[in-house]
Design a protein around this ligand. Structure first.
Ligand SMILES: NC(=O)C1=CN([C@@H]2O[C@H](COP(=O)(O)OP(=O)(O)OC[C@H]3O[C@@H](n4cnc5c(N)ncnc54)[C@H](OP(=O)(O)O)[C@@H]3O)[C@@H](O)[C@H]2O)C=CC1
Ligand SMILES: O=CCCC(=O)O
Length: 344
């Protein structure tokens, strides 16, 4: 049941906008926890400008997220493996440090938005990694998409320094990141969640607190597993429409008006029809998420045949050199299959 914060004083600190509601979730191991969801408006988000904020990983997502923190008045320090990607943020007022360790040492809260499990671990726990600069009173918030085991490993390193840890992967792509409309799937230290939610509210439109470390990562992987299968199925439909002598543009319009309408189809469909895949979410990352989601399913002995089939298509597309294109380029793997079967 949805309830307003004013009727539930113990959650009033979660309520920053239109809706805040707690709900119970039972995990497969029967561990029950209280999850909190809150939808917020960036306009009402108020950050403490005295908090020194760090941001590690200035890629497609990290760049607009960091930019929104600067616009909100944050004292921001950035680092990226390829330094030149920090330059636009530096010209907007961000400070720069030459290692994750130095960023974490000079900041109260450090966010990390990295490509995959390996880079997330390297940046957090490696030589000159963030953990070396952390300590009591500090917080590390990993917003990368990784698996639960990776997140727990990073959490262990962070917490061994006396700092707090929150995983907070995001749903939403490049445009929602630019518009401050991301959805945060958080888990870990609730005290840190309570400290950082104003910063999440600058970058996002809603946030979920899901309990123990690993739950945010798992939720994110399930969402992206569904998305990856949807895109593969949509690709199949576009090609079948053409093969059946129909106009795929009309398919996009029909889909947009019906029960399976999704922004993803309307925004990506028109360029897919032109074989154009401007990168918002790189295909290599979608394949990584399919792989990690299949690992999650395996860990709880669940069969996921649809996702497994979709994953094969992403692997084929990646092997054709499409890893840095948008994940909608998965349609090219199907085109190649059709081409091969017509040659047989
Ligand atoms: N794009 C999207 O739509 C979304 C992406 N995500 C997730 O967010 C994360 C980042 O994605 P996105 O911004 O798109 O990806 P990008 O590929 O644009 O950025 C990846 C970042 O990771 C850094 N990086 C990669 N490898 C290493 C390494 N070995 N050591 C240090 N840094 C490294 C890159 O540095 P460098 O610049 O030097 O290469 C870059 O800053 C991923 O986990 C992705 O799955 C989540 C939601 C949406
Ligand atoms: O991880 C990427 C998610 C992309 C999206 O939610 O549109």
């Amino acid at each position: 049941m949805a309830m307003s914060a004013s009727f539930c004083p113990q959650i009033s600190h979660y309520f920053r906008g239109r809706i805040a509601y707690p709900f119970s979730i039972s995990s497969p191991n029967s561990v029950s926890f209280r999850a909190f969801s809150s939808q917020i408006s960036n306009a009402s988000a108020q950050v403490n400008e005295a908090t020194r904020v760090g941001f590690l990983g200035i890629g497609i997502m990290g760049s607009p997220m960091a930019q929104n923190l600067i616009k909100a008045g944050c004292d921001l320090t950035v680092w990226n493996r390829t330094k030149s990607k920090c330059d636009p943020l530096i010209s907007l007022g961000a400070k720069y440090k030459s290692s994750p360790e130095e960023v974490a040492a000079s900041c109260d809260i450090t966010f990390a938005m990295l490509a995959d499990p390996q880079s997330a671990v390297d940046v957090a726990c490696g030589k000159h990694g963030a953990a070396n600069g952390l300590g009591p009173g500090k917080g590390y918030v990993d917003v990368s998409t990784v698996d639960g085991a990776t997140s727990k490993l990073i959490s262990g390193h962070v917490k061994s320094t006396g700092a707090l840890f929150l995983e907070a992967p995001v749903s939403g792509s490049k445009k929602p990141a630019e518009d401050g409309q991301l959805i945060f799937l958080t888990a870990g230290d609730k005290d840190l969640y309570e400290t950082v939610y104003p910063f999440l509210d600058v970058m996002g439109k809603s946030r979920f607190y899901l309990g123990d470390v690993g739950n945010g990562a798992a939720m994110k992987l399930v969402v992206n597993m569904i998305m990856g299968s949807m895109m593969a199925s949509f690709s199949e439909g576009l090609l079948l429409t053409e093969k059946a002598g129909l106009d795929p543009k009309v398919l996009v319009e029909v889909v947009s008006q019906g029960a399976i309408s999704a922004p993803m189809y309307s925004t990506k469909g028109p360029s897919m029809i032109q074989s154009l895949y401007p990168t918002a979410f790189p295909l290599k990352h979608q394949q990584k998420d399919m792989r990690l989601a299949l690992g999650l399913a395996e860990s709880v002995s669940q069969s996921t045949p649809v996702a497994a089939a979709a994953n094969e298509l992403y692997k084929v597309a990646k092997s054709h050199g499409l890893g840095d294109q948008d994940f909608s380029a998965v349609i090219e793997a199907l085109k190649a299959k059709l081409q091969n079967s017509s040659n047989e």
